[in-house]
Design a protein around this ligand. Structure first.
Ligand code: PXP
Length: 253
């Protein structure tokens, strides 16, 4: 039986590290734990402003992925700087995303309907494929038919559908049926060409389930919620260890 793959996005381990400028928590340790537990790939986004993942995290995380024989999914904007990085690192996957400096997180998919954007994405795909032929490319986009049709004219291997709006509607208990219908139609368009159909952004344990029940997406890339939930799953354990240490040293009488 085949199951959907889980890509664990570990950007927010780096967010916590950068907050204090310490060497911990280490993203490589998070990658090790994720892959040793059974995750199918590690996803990291080297943003232009380096707000979380840093340049050295890319090769360091790739070393961990290679140790497990599993893919690194390198999310990046279509800038010359990032294209050069991808060519040097040769990750198994690149996920091309739109990137705006002021945004808090990626706010939507690539607008490939806009001619200028389309040309930029096209050039990025061609340069990456030419210089790193083993790297597969996914395009982070909305699931509208026109966008998906346009994607299929590019040299890529998969689309990753932006699930941010769906996840928001789910959390606010709004109707999600139109999102599911759009994802079903998108699946037909994409699979007719044999491309991969992936999903990501804003997903939680609960909002993932209706998507799983549709059985359409082969891969999910999930980060913020996993890292946030891990805090609570781990908090009691870490406090217990600290208390054990404290109890080894009674105060002077
Ligand atoms: N996929 C893409 C293309 C993204 O940009 C992000 C956020 O960096 C994710 C998946 C993961 O989103 P989240 O952290 O909200 O789970």
């Amino acid at each position: 039986m085949k199951y959907p793959r889980l890509g664990v996005n570990i950007d927010h381990v780096a967010t916590l590290r950068q907050q204090r400028g310490e060497f911990y928590p280490q993203v490589t340790r998070a990658a090790e734990i994720a892959l040793a537990t059974g995750a199918d790939q590690i996803t990291i986004h080297l943003r232009e402003d380096r707000r979380h993942i840093q340049d050295q995290d890319v090769p360091d995380t790739h070393v961990v992925c290679k140790k497990f024989g599993l893919p690194l999914n390198f999310e990046m904007g279509c800038s010359d700087e990032m294209i050069k990085k991808a060519i040097i690192e040769r990750p198994e996957w690149v996920c091309l995303v739109p990137e705006k400096r002021a945004e808090r997180t990626t706010e939507g998919g690539l607008d490939v309907i806009n001619e200028e954007n389309y040309e930029r994405v096209k050039a990025a795909c061609e340069t990456i494929k030419k210089n790193s032929p083993t790297t597969k490319i996914s395009l982070f986009v909305e699931a509208t038919p026109a966008v998906l049709q346009k994607c299929l004219t590019l040299k890529a291997d998969a689309v990753e559908i932006h699930t941010g709006e769906y996840a928001k509607d789910f959390l606010e208990k709004k109707d999600i049926s139109h999102h599911l219908k759009m994802y079903r139609e998108g699946h037909k368009i994409i699979k007719a060409q044999g491309w991969g159909y992936h999903a990501g952004h804003g997903l939680t344990f609960d909002s993932l389930e209706p998507l799983l029940a549709e059985k359409k997406f082969e891969e999910y890339n999930i980060g913020h919620w996993i890292i946030a939930e891990a805090l609570f799953i781990g908090l009691g354990h870490v406090i217990k260890e600290m208390l054990t240490l404290l109890k080894k040293y009674p105060l002077e009488a």
